[in-house]
Design a protein around this ligand. Structure first.
Ligand code: ATP
Ligand code: MG
Length: 426
């Protein structure tokens, strides 16, 4: 019996890994342009960390976490909590008042697997800690937009404000009043949410619930003056940076820690999995986790969804090539080529050869498969005359090259020949 991967856990095969590499490199590049530094975090954390940050009454904590109950530890379902835990633990705010950090890696949620929804999925997560200014919110969303643009992905940006501990409770009780009157028309989950997490009812995806909340009071009308000013400034900031966006008063994130700005990058191209990336402000969270009273804002992009969209939208990818393929014909030629290929690799080139004594035709085919820019053809006879043929695979032009006895010297000369601008360290 063959052993297969667990449902919801997916292999990323070499062809696909090229897309992932491209995506990651773009992200690192762009995050760096905005001054973010990388932080690498463990996958397991104490369960309490997620209960205290994401919230006890959220879908994630209630039913989606992979927890080792006897050990009190959980496989992280998202990145923000771990990142803040590390930030607080190492007192990173002492070094620098505003920190921009990012982390990339796998997250785990026990959900029903479907296209773009897995149990092990990956996020690229960016957080800015220590800056309350609305300009930072706009800048962060503009950064998300820049990443999507450079990955060739079109998406719309929706924003909302969830207010703060001053104005949200008032809105919450008004909303509860509104929902109570319609309780019998809401789904089972939403009936329960009225008591545990009423704001969540606003973004229930079920059509009946959606219809019911159309008339619900708007959080945007309930904001206190500072929250209203903040939200207006975020919108102005986005306009200043030319970032298109729409306001969606029904958007409520699935994590309890958000305050003020929340946002989502949305696509219509992935069926039910509309959110590509999402985030928001969490001004009280760091203190709630036992850290200093610092504001924060962040977002996470889902890499599986990005990869699917890149595939659909045919984002061009760099294709790996081999600098030089050495086609050695005969035992002596192979013995000569063996250390030569090694020396070429030592010089930083990608080089390959055949080890199974195949025919010239088969080896040329193999050179094509490895996308070789050049092929060096060495036969036993040529070796005796200290000569080989160098073929430019694109132009098909061939030239004769004098062979050196010393492999390192030969590699050096070939490197200069086949790679423009190569820096060769002798
Ligand atoms: P959704 O509404 O699709 O469940 P979410 O609100 O739970 O998303 P977040 O917790 O905000 O998502 O995570 C940010 C991003 O991570 C999402 O926009 C999505 O791209 C991705 N993501 C979340 N859960 C999954 C999953 N199970 N599989 C793949 N990607 C996911
Ligand atoms: Mg979810």
């Amino acid at each position: 019996m063959k052993i297969k991967a667990i449902n919801g856990f997916k292999d990323i095969l070499p062809e696909e890994a090229v897309r992932w590499r491209f995506m990651e490199e773009k992200a690192r590049d762009i995050f760096g342009r905005f001054g973010a530094r990388e932080i690498r975090l463990p996958i397991l954390e104490k369960t309490e960390l997620f209960a205290r940050s994401i919230g006890e009454a959220t879908d994630i904590v209630e039913k989606e976490m992979y927890t080792f109950a006897d050990k009190g530890i959980t496989m992280r379902p998202e990145g923000t909590a771990s990142l803040l835990r590390a930030f607080i633990e190492h007192g990173l705010h002492v070094q620098q008042p505003v920190q921009r950090l990012y982390t990339i890696g796998p997250m785990f949620r026990h959900e029903r697997p479907q296209k773009g929804r897995l149990r092990q999925f990956h996020q690229m997560d960016v957080e800015v800690i220590g800056a309350p200014e609305p300009a930072v919110d706009a800048e962060l969303m503009a950064m998300g937009r820049m990443l999507l643009d450079e990955l060739g992905i079109s998406a719309s940006l929706e924003i909302n404000s969830l207010g703060c501990p001053d104005c949200r409770p008032g809105f919450r009780s008004r909303l509860i009043g509104f929902l109570e009157n319609r309780r019998h028309r809401l789904c089972q989950d939403c009936r329960r949410r009225i008591d545990t997490n009423p704001l969540r009812v606003l973004d229930c995806k079920k059509p009946d619930c959606r219809a019911q909340v159309q008339e619900a009071p708007s959080i945007l009308d309930a904001l206190c003056d500072p929250c209203r000013d903040h939200f207006a400034a975020v919108c102005r900031g986005l306009e200043a940076l030319g970032v298109d966006h729409g306001v969606n008063r029904f958007m409520v994130r699935g994590l309890d820690y958000y305050t003020r700005t929340t946002f989502e990058f949305i696509t219509g191209d992935l069926g039910a999995q509309a959110a590509i990336g999402a985030g928001g402000r969490y001004d009280g969270l760091i203190e709630q986790l036992g850290g200093p009273a610092l504001p924060g804002i962040g977002f996470a992009m889902g890499m599986e969804r990005l990869a699917l969209l890149m595939e659909q939208q045919e984002t061009p990818l760099p294709r790996p090539a081999t600098d030089l393929f050495v086609a050695a014909l005969g035992e002596k030629a192979a013995a000569y080529a063996f250390p030569l290929v090694h020396e070429l690799r030592r010089l930083g080139l990608s080089a390959a050869m055949d080890h199974s004594g195949r025919s010239l035709k088969a080896q040329m085919k193999q050179a094509g498969r490895t996308r070789a820019n050049y092929t060096l053809i060495i036969g036993d006879n040529e070796l005796e005359q200290q000569e080989a043929i160098l073929r430019d695979m694109a132009t098909r032009k061939q030239e004769s090259v004098a062979l050196q006895t010393d492999a390192a010297e030969q590699a050096h000369l070939l490197a200069l020949r086949v790679r423009q601008n190569v820096i060769v360290h002798p």
